[in-house]
Design a protein around this ligand. Structure first.
Ligand SMILES: Nc1ncnc2c1ncn2[C@@H]1O[C@H](COP(=O)(O)OP(=O)(O)OP(=O)(O)O)[C@@H](O)[C@H]1O
Ligand SMILES: [Mg+2]
Length: 395
């Protein structure tokens, strides 16, 4: 008799391996969430998702600004090249039963029937499908705020993967990944994070805190949501508060995003370089562990993006300029300067620049090619105000 060959069921297929790796490059920490999404993608890829149900239902809990929504957007970027390739239902907008019409459309004969366009339709689900991936991503945010009527719809979706629209059309959601997010337990979690601050030893405190946060979030969810709802969830993932070193990695990712925007959509395409002190300043300003990466993004906007917008709008920066950003210790703010004759593409990258470029490429952006694509042709100087032209002459 031939001997059975042993198999290794822990090995993923190539697509879901790539998917998981890309997700891990875009999401800092939150390994459990990354693995949960990759598991479901693997299920879909293998064609083993249960028929008549969504491919998977994931409930994301945990503190604000820790990446719950970002995980879904990043999955959409990887699968469809667009972070907006997700149907997002903000449950806070559907707190009253009559607002459900915005979601499913109103029945024929009702006033305004033709004007209400349902959010979840078969066409909307298929909108971003590619030849390769026919999976749809649905995100229900802040589900604790959903009205009873929305709950009924949700239970149907999570269990049977169907939704009946106002005009009786049926929507099949069996090729969908359903994500539900909630901040339940966040007040309690907030208190725990506050208490932890300043305590040592760090690693021990972190793992104990993690467990406490997990049980606080899950308990809060069990208290609020009915057993029949919790029973329909394939996996509950509790997101962890971001640690300072994780915020530092997110800073690099976000700087990459700003750089990409400067090269792709800004009126004047240019690049910037932050020295290590300037990075340190942004991190200090952007670290508030209660608000996670949201606070960091606000600091980047306030101290970097808004000043850059001013520099572009006032034409102090020209096409393909390199803006160097340093920390002005006396002023307690960032100082901006144009490095004359040193557009990024013509010089070897310093460490800081490399970090910015690397972050941009991690974020999935074609940074290396972008400066060349962003035309470096001299601008029409006649269109500049005299003061700007004078500054240019001095360079
Ligand atoms: N773990 C993470 N990795 C990478 N970026 C992150 C992470 N967490 C947050 N961010 C950044 O912060 C932004 C806000 O995070 P996100 O919207 O995912 O928060 P959230 O957990 O959904 O919070 P809320 O509960 O308030 O909705 C994201 O758009 C992303 O830029
Ligand atoms: Mg969110």
């Amino acid at each position: 008799m031939p001997v059975a060959a042993p198999l290794d069921p822990t090995i993923r297929g190539p697509e879901s391996r790539v998917f998981e790796n890309l997700l891990a490059q875009k999401i800092v920490g939150q390994h459990e969430a990354i693995a949960a999404v990759a598991d479901l993608f693997q299920l879909y890829e293998a064609g083993l998702a249960a028929p008549g149900r969504p491919v998977g239902n994931l409930l994301f809990l945990g503190p604000t600004g820790s990446g719950k929504t970002r995980v879904v957007e990043a999955a959409a970027e990887i699968l469809f090249g667009d972070s907006r390739a997700v149907i997002k239902v903000d449950c806070a907008e559907f707190q009253h039963s009559h607002e459900i019409a915005k979601l499913v459309g109103s029945p024929p004969g009702y006033l305004g029937h033709r004007e209400t366009h349902p959010l979840i339709t078969q066409e909307a689900l298929a909108r971003y499908h590619t030849e390769r991936v026919k999976l749809s991503l649905l995100l229900f945010d802040e589900i604790e705020k959903a009205s009873d009527a929305l709950w009924q719809l949700l239970l149907g979706i999570l269990d049977k993967a169907t939704l009946t629209l106002g005009d009786n059309r049926r929507v099949d959601l069996s090729d969908s990944l359903i994500f539900l997010t909630s901040n339940l337990g966040s007040a309690e979690i907030d208190g725990m994070i506050q208490k932890r601050l300043g305590f040592a030893p760090r690693n021990e405190a972190t793992s104990v805190l993690d467990r406490k946060i997990e049980s606080a979030a899950v308990e809060a969810a069990r208290r609020k949501f009915s057993p029949e709802f919790m029973n329909r969830i394939d996996k509950v993932v509790v997101f962890r508060p971001l640690l300072p070193e994780q915020l530092e990695r997110i800073l690099d990712l976000e700087l990459g995003v700003v750089q990409h925007r400067l090269l792709q959509t800004a009126r004047t395409r240019c690049t910037f370089h932050l020295d290590s002190q300037a990075r340190g300043f942004l991190l200090r300003e952007g670290t508030d562990l209660r608000y996670g990466a949201r606070h960091l993004k606000r600091a980047i906007d306030r101290h970097l993006v808004c000043p850059l917008a001013n520099l572009i709008a006032s034409e102090q920066v020209a096409q393909s300029d390199l803006v160097s950003v340093e920390y002005d210790e006396r002023g307690g703010r960032l100082a901006f300067a144009r490095e004359p004759g040193k557009p990024l593409m013509r010089r070897s990258a310093s460490d800081g620049e490399a970090a910015t470029l690397f972050a941009a490429s991690l974020a999935g952006f074609p940074v290396a090619a972008a400066p060349a694509a962003a035309s470096c042709a001299p601008r029409d100087r006649r269109s500049l105000p005299e003061s700007t032209r004078a500054r240019r002459r001095d360079r």
